[in-house]
Design a protein around this ligand. Structure first.
Ligand code: EPZ
Length: 425
């Protein structure tokens, strides 16, 4: 176990190269199982979630080689049974379901458990694969999915109580590309990572229209071929560093970003008084912390709304912004674990029924805190950068799931941080 020790109060200056998107890489890696030809995927971030997916694909029989950000997959001889041991480490493995059923006409995959941000059901994934003609049984915690005669296209409405499902849309798209006939996905998720998966599938020969809108139409094909594909930049890593710079930055530049994917984060930071300047192509952005920051309000929503994956980070900024800010997460109403840890550092936050009301304080104090989930941990790092004194963030593995070399990147812009063995764990 390791911990991150952060000495607060250092002004951030310099440049950070943003990695490829974790949440695009995971379904794209899974989709490479849809062909028996060679696939090359570039800019896969070196984060534990992506490494878990590479491991699971290897255990399914695919040959998977990784050299720095490039992953080469050859899924000629695979089987379709993932074990609990493999899947329990990463619930996003559920996105193996679509490609395995499409390619092998069956799959056995453990029901993913919940996590601290919510119980993470998969009822929409199951409804979708059943709509394409598969049978689904639950036995001893495993989903047993059979489609002996292959899959047949259908119209599927994916809307759940909390809006569209990102991985549910991914799973259905990956199942439909080899189904007989046409599949229409209504109430589809429109996240950039869903569009990236669709573009990858199209490069493999799939026929998909409407990705990025609420209605996606897929014409099934007989077979998909290999391809060479580069994953989009990680908009949540970029957003996290934008908030870090809004807290402590005096000119922090992020390279390998995509302005279009950062619109709601950019608008909010500018509204709260911070300076955000993109280059002409929108591929890099420079941030300077505002001298008179203002409080703000967030209501998370499916893309193109404000991302739930960025509400914890913004809460850390609101904690030290004079005035009252409000954060409402309707996608994951329980996603407020970071608030209790921020309060240990002196933040003034009241959480009730999916909403956090934050009253900005003059200063936070460093303290030992516990990471709980990926984005909550990022919020603790951001608060620690600003806090007086030293903060120790335990259970660093949560951060390593989705942030590539976060320690080196923070050191590179002047933060005083170090990774140390966590003898207390
Ligand atoms: C993806 O998770 C992301 N993960 C999450 O990012 C992100 O928070 C989430 O989308 C929402 O944007 C990956 O892409 C790997 P959902 P996903 O299905 O697809 C409910 C991170 O920090 N729902 O879009 O699993 C669900 O409970 C991670 O990188 C059902 O009710 O999320 C939630 O309330 C955390 N039934 C809402 O839909 C289902 O069958 C949206 O969840 C599926 C989901």
């Amino acid at each position: 176990m390791e911990k991150l020790v952060v000495h607060g109060g250092y002004t951030l200056r310099g440049a950070v190269k943003i990695a490829g998107s974790k949440n695009a890489s995971l379904p794209i890696l899974a989709a490479s199982l849809l062909t028996d030809e060679k696939v090359v995927i570039r800019h896969v971030p070196d984060v534990s979630d992506a490494n878990f997916m590479v491991q699971i694909m290897g255990q399914l029989g695919a040959s998977v080689e990784r050299s720095s950000g490039t992953v080469r997959v050859n899924a000629q001889n695979i089987h379709a049974e993932a074990t609990y041991e493999q899947v329990r480490k990463m619930r996003a493995s559920i996105c193996l379901m679509g490609p395995l059923v499409a390619r092998m006409q069956r799959c056995v995959i453990p029901l993913p458990g919940g996590c601290v941000i919510g119980d993470r059901p998969v009822d929409l994934h199951i409804r979708a694969i059943q709509a394409l003609g598969a049978s689904v049984q639950v036995e001893r915690g495993n989903l047993i999915i059979e489609a002996p005669n292959g899959l047949t296209g259908a119209v599927v409405d994916l809307r759940g109580d909390h809006g569209p499902t990102v991985l549910g849309t991914d799973n259905l798209m990956m199942a439909a590309v080899l189904a007989k006939g046409t599949t229409v996905i209504e109430s589809a998720a429109a996240e950039p990572e869903v569009v990236d998966l669709a573009n990858f599938l199209i490069k493999m020969g799939a026929k998909i229209e409407g990705a990025g809108t609420r209605r996606i139409v897929i014409e099934g094909v007989e077979k998909l071929h290999g391809c060479d594909y580069t994953v989009i930049p990680d908009r949540i890593e970029a957003g996290t560093f934008m908030v870090a710079a809004a807290m402590m930055g005096d000119g922090v530049t992020l390279f390998n970003v995509c302005r279009e994917h950062l619109e709601t984060i950019t608008e909010l930071l500018i509204k709260c008084g911070h300076s955000i300047e993109f280059n002409e192509k929108g591929t890099s952005v420079t941030i300077i912390a505002g001298k008179n920051p203002k409080p703000g309000e967030i209501k998370t929503a499916p893309y193109p709304g404000y991302p739930t994956d960025m509400q914890a980070q913004m809460t850390a900024l609101f904690a030290v912004t004079p005035g009252i800010s409000v954060v409402k997460d309707s996608i994951f109403p329980q996603r407020f674990m970071h608030c209790s840890e921020l309060k240990r550092m002196g933040a003034d936050i009241k959480v009730d029924n999916g909403t956090a009301v934050i009253s900005g304080v003059d200063k936070l104090s460093g303290a030992p805190v516990m990471a709980s989930d990926l984005r909550a941990s990022a919020a603790l790092v951001l608060a620690a950068l600003k806090a007086e004194g030293t903060t120790e963030i335990h259970r660093l593995y949560h951060i390593d799931r989705g942030y590539e070399n976060i320690c080196d990147k923070l050191l590179g812009i002047g933060a005083a941080v170090e990774r140390l063995p966590d003898v207390e764990e």
